[in-house]
Write a protein that binds this ligand. Structure first.
Ligand code: ATP
Length: 636
């Protein structure tokens, strides 16, 4: 059983000021019942904290059963505190929002005592303080006196040989004070050392010895009559019933208990937890919906692309390059006959020609195309025909490109203006106002095609234009040269859109990168929100963390608790986020009339993402919580 011996204990908080404790000597044999007295601010609580290993002295020596505690490492101190001391505070310091038994079991939780045994010991302890049937009630619903008796039950359940009590009756009326004092006297009668600080003469009267602090030094140690027999303070052979060793092992926490404790803690603050879970859920929902939509959107985008843009094939060759055996007739109908070709047309570009709007005007040198309106339609041109014209290009007629018409000052073709092209007068029956596939057409003249003569004119450039069905462009491109000249296909230059599979990959990766960026941003937003709220919550719960440290939790247990709490909320947020995200995907795809594409990998990604967001959001708070010092946190 421990004897506590303090020698020349000094402690100051502000280096420039007088120390609070200026060399206190005290010997407390096991079984002592001592009150520390003195004027307010003299350092009574500071001394009690040093005795209870909640705080360390700046100098002096303190031994517990011949073990010099000032030389112990932090983890050893925590273990020794858990093995030796139980604490009772003026402000009770219970887990207010949780059932009474959780507060009573707290010390045992950090001694690795199995949950069933913890519950049994808690019920026995509550029975001893007259609160057996209050175990399931929330601590905050008890009266002040009852709450202090719960704190005493906590010390009882942990069965530590020494109980320190700082103003245990400070917040109680006289009837409740008497009850608490009786409990403390019982603890002492059972063999425990009880050290208390009190301003109450009635409470002080039941102790066997008084230590008076004045000017930061102990000035007096007087004995008085204890409720039972008078027990001399210095007599180590005091007759007290033996105190059992505390159950379990100091500073040990089972993982399952940590998990249960975290879940209870999350559940005990429903409002805050729901807000934090929603912070995670929104991030995960955004991630799931962007990832989910990326699947639906990218197939939609590429399908659309295939259907609308990826359908043009152009074959071109210089006049005179066709082999002599290649048929010049019916090139257009042969091209139309190819599988996958929707329409085809041939336009022959002459090296250049002279155009004049009137004899007095200068001639302009421009490209000249020979072709039919149907070939122009395949080129995607828009033609503004003269009013009343039937849409065909007859002999002696011509079409003029929009920009050439401007140069020739032909404002309207309704009057059927006549222009001279290569010395021959032609009636202009329409204007080519746009030509997406052959841009030169808007600056050129188009005249009807005449037989096959031009295929062999060296100044000519032949353009065979094709529109394919969706997705057939590559296949058509492979056949077109042979269809035009089976003997010398290499002379034909074929232009086809890039391979749709590589184009698809490019588009998909563009879509993917954009959506991933949104996803990362959404998750970062969640982490920031969660981190902020968790840090605020740690500040709000510093008393609780101080209490956990006091009863034996190591800093790693505290950070573990915060991390697991955050992780639990992350998992729940992940599941809710998954549901919300999938709902968003369905909503958007229905609204856009897309086919929703669900990637089953999203489920583990969402839950894993939730855990990651939870863990990342809890890191800062966990670090902060683990640095909380019990004597600081429990001061008021
Ligand atoms: N953690 C701390 N940081 C800074 N100053 C502290 C700390 N703990 C105590 N003090 C200071 O040390 C002095 C003694 O405080 P302590 O609480 O020990 O006195 P006390 O005798 O218990 O007072 P009371 O009877 O009013 O509770 C006070 O001036 C207090 O402000």
């Amino acid at each position: 059983m421990p004897t506590l011996i303090l020698k020349r204990i000094r402690r100051s908080f502000v280096p420039t000021e007088e120390p609070v404790l200026k060399g206190v000597d005290l010997t407390l044999p096991q079984g002592s019942f001592v009150v520390i007295e003195g004027p307010s601010g003299e350092g009574k609580s500071t001394l009690l904290n040093v005795i209870g290993l909640l705080d360390s002295p700046d100098s002096g020596s303190y031994s517990i059963d011949d073990r010099e505690v000032t030389e112990l490492a932090a983890t050893e101190l925590t273990a020794l505190r858990s093995d030796t001391f139980g604490f009772i505070f003026q402000s009770f310091h219970l887990l207010d929002r949780r059932p009474v038994t959780d507060s009573v079991e707290l010390g045992l939780l950090y001694r690795g005592v199995p949950s069933r045994e913890r519950r049994r010991l808690a019920v026995v302890a509550l029975d001893k303080v007259g609160l057996r049937d209050r175990g399931g009630q929330r601590s905050s619903t008890l009266s002040g006196g009852e709450r202090q008796r719960v704190a005493i039950a906590r010390a009882l359940a942990s069965d530590t040989p020494v109980v320190v009590a700082d103003e245990p009756t400070g917040n109680l009326d006289s009837a409740n004070s008497r009850r608490v004092v009786e409990c403390l006297a019982d603890l002492n009668r059972a063999g425990r050392t009880v050290i208390l600080v009190t301003h109450s003469p009635e409470v002080a009267a039941v102790t066997e010895a008084r230590v008076t602090l004045r000017n930061g030094t102990q000035v007096d140690e007087t004995r008085s009559r204890a409720p039972g027999a008078e027990i001399p303070l210095s007599n180590v052979d005091v007759v007290t019933p033996p105190v059992g060793a505390p159950p379990g092992r100091a500073s040990r926490l089972r993982f399952l208990d940590l998990l249960r404790d975290s879940v209870s803690s999350v559940r005990s603050r429903p409002g805050r937890s729901v807000a934090l879970i929603l912070a995670v859920a929104v991030g995960v929902a955004l991630a799931v919906s962007t990832l989910g939509l990326s699947e639906s959107a990218r197939s939609q985008v590429t399908d659309t692309f295939d259907a609308h843009a990826n359908r043009y094939v152009t074959a071109s060759w210089a006049g005179g390059t066709l082999s002599s055996a290649a048929p010049r007739n019916n090139i257009t109908s042969r091209l139309r006959g190819l599988a996958g070709v929707e329409s085809a047309g041939v336009l022959i570009e002459n090296g250049g020609t002279y155009v004049r709007a009137a004899p007095a005007r200068p001639s302009l040198q421009v490209p000249e195309f020979h072709g039919t309106p149907s070939a122009l339609a395949v080129a995607g041109t828009t033609i503004a025909w003269a009013t009343g014209h039937h849409g065909k290009l007859g002999a002696g007629q011509a079409l003029i490109g929009r920009s050439l018409a401007k140069q020739l000052a032909l404002s309207s073709v309704d009057t059927r203006p006549v222009v001279t092209i290569s010395g021959q007068d032609r009636t202009v029956v329409g204007i080519v106002s746009s030509s997406p596939r052959l841009a030169e057409l808007v600056g050129a003249v188009v005249v009807p095609i005449h037989g096959t003569r031009m295929f062999d004119e060296e100044s000519a450039q032949v353009h065979a234009l094709l529109v394919t069905t969706a997705g057939a462009a590559q296949q058509v491109a492979r056949q077109v040269a042979v269809a035009i000249d089976p003997y010398l296909p290499d002379g034909i230059h074929v232009d086809a859109p890039p391979d749709p599979s590589s184009l698809r990959a490019d588009i998909e990766s563009d879509v993917q990168i954009t959506l991933w960026a949104f996803t990362v941003l959404a998750l970062l937003g969640s982490v920031a929100g969660l981190a902020n709220s968790m840090v605020l919550s740690v500040i709000e719960r510093r008393h609780e963390f101080g209490l956990r440290r006091a009863v034996g939790a190591r800093p790693i247990h505290i950070s573990g608790l915060v991390m697991v709490e955050s992780g639990v909320m992350g998992v729940v947020g992940g599941v809710i986020g998954l549901g919300l995200g999938l709902a968003a995907v369905i909503g958007v795809t229905i609204a856009r009339q897309w086919i929703p594409v669900f990637d089953l990998r999203l489920a583990p990604v969402a839950i894993g993402g939730g855990i990651l967001v939870g863990a990342a959001g809890g890191l800062l708070a966990a670090a902060r919580a683990s640095r909380i010092l019990p004597h600081d946190a429990l001061r008021h």
